[in-house]
Design a protein around this ligand. Structure first.
Ligand SMILES: Nc1ncnc2c1ncn2[C@@H]1O[C@H](COP(=O)(O)OP(=O)(O)OP(=O)(O)O)[C@@H](O)[C@H]1O
Length: 320
């Protein structure tokens, strides 16, 4: 059963077409990554899904309703622009947001306390929001957006501004939400989170859908490469089975590092076998499987951001 269906959705701001003819569905209980470079139209689409702004053309069904506002109490939303009332405590802020979705305040406070403790924020629950670090405040806002136990959770760039430890914590929260039956759609331009979490990825570029499928299917759209090193001529590498093109990465004293592109479906092992059988001087051989990051570049022609939790050393200080 689909929790979300977009059909031919477009959004125009004056003369500018931000979203073009976008169609996709998300199954109930799935984790869907909504990916794309800056300005691709992700936030515009999310705002239309929520009913915060109308689509210029097309239709959207969410939890069986044709306007997100009709089912707003069953949706949880973390906006890209963050901020909770600075003078409130986390407990008050979470309970307040829950009450906007029909959750009685007493129950909201009880859940807030439990969820803050589960997120390691028990000691901060009665501080004022303005006394919390950015990462802590972001966690509080996430809790505020799901305290009413929504069936559909929409998170706009939820990982931005979080340090590696908290990014991992957020991945766990997203997995738990889905394990408890919620459908989750989150936008990001950091591929590694989507790669680890998503049942489905929808990739948009310049307002158009560039890909919709599983992470494995996305990787399969990307070209695979062989790294070869040795006293090998470009023509020799180019003649190996499955190789469609060869770039010279570096060359010194006749020893070259070559990057050979493989045809779709070609097995790298066949090239390796042929290289040894023909007596090529192979000193290093590496078959590089494409990542979602590679697929993103191939599909959009753009470069996604690197995951800070990968780029930074694991002993980097935590800001929370
Ligand atoms: N209210 C608006 N009026 C005019 N143009 C807008 C408006 N909102 C967004 N845009 C433009 O539409 C395009 C898509 O913006 P949107 O915020 O949907 O992209 P995004 O994929 O969420 O990008 P980011 O990752 O940078 O948040 C951008 O070029 C943006 O400048």
């Amino acid at each position: 059963m689909n929790a979300l269906t977009l059909e031919g959705v477009s959004k125009r701001y004056g003369d500018f077409q931000a979203v073009r003819d976008l169609s996709f569905t998300v199954k109930k209980g799935a984790i869907c990554g909504f990916l794309g470079p800056n300005g691709a139209g992700k936030t515009s689409t999310i705002r239309m899904i929520l009913g915060l702004q109308p689509a210029t053309t097309g239709s959207i069904q969410i939890l069986g309703a044709s306007d997100g506002r009709q089912v707003r109490d069953r949706i949880g939303f973390l906006p890209e622009e963050r901020g909770l009332y600075k003078k409130m405590t986390p407990i008050d802020a979470i309970a307040f947001f829950g009450s906007l979705k029909g959750l009685p305040t007493g129950e909201g406070r009880k859940r807030a306390k439990e969820m803050l403790e589960a997120q390691g924020l028990g000691a901060s629950k009665n501080k004022k929001m303005k006394e919390l670090s950015k990462g802590m405040a972001q966690k509080v806002q996430l809790i505020a957006s799901v305290v009413h136990r929504p069936e559909f959770v929409i998170l706009d760039e939820p990982f931005s501004g979080l340090d590696p430890v908290n990014q991992q914590g957020l991945e766990t929260v997203i997995r738990d939400l889905a394990a408890n039956g919620a459908t989750v759609l989150f936008s990001t331009h950091v591929m590694q989170h989507a790669e680890r979490l998503c049942d489905q990825v929808v990739l948009v570029a310049r307002g158009r859908k560039a890909f919709d499928g599983t992470v494995a299917e996305a990787r399969d759209t990307s070209r695979r490469f062989l790294d070869l090193e040795g006293a090998i001529a470009v023509e020799q590498a180019g003649a190996l089975p499955g190789v469609t093109g060869v770039d010279v990465v570096s060359e010194q004293d006749g020893v070259r590092v070559l990057k050979a592109a493989l045809a779709q479906g070609a097995a790298g092992q066949d090239a390796l076998k042929a290289a040894f059988l023909t007596g090529l001087d192979v000193r290093r051989f590496e078959l590089k499987e494409p990542t979602l990051h590679d697929a993103f570049i191939d599909l959009t022609g753009d470069h996604p951001d690197q995951d800070q939790s990968v780029a930074r050393p694991t002993n980097a200080p935590e800001t929370v």
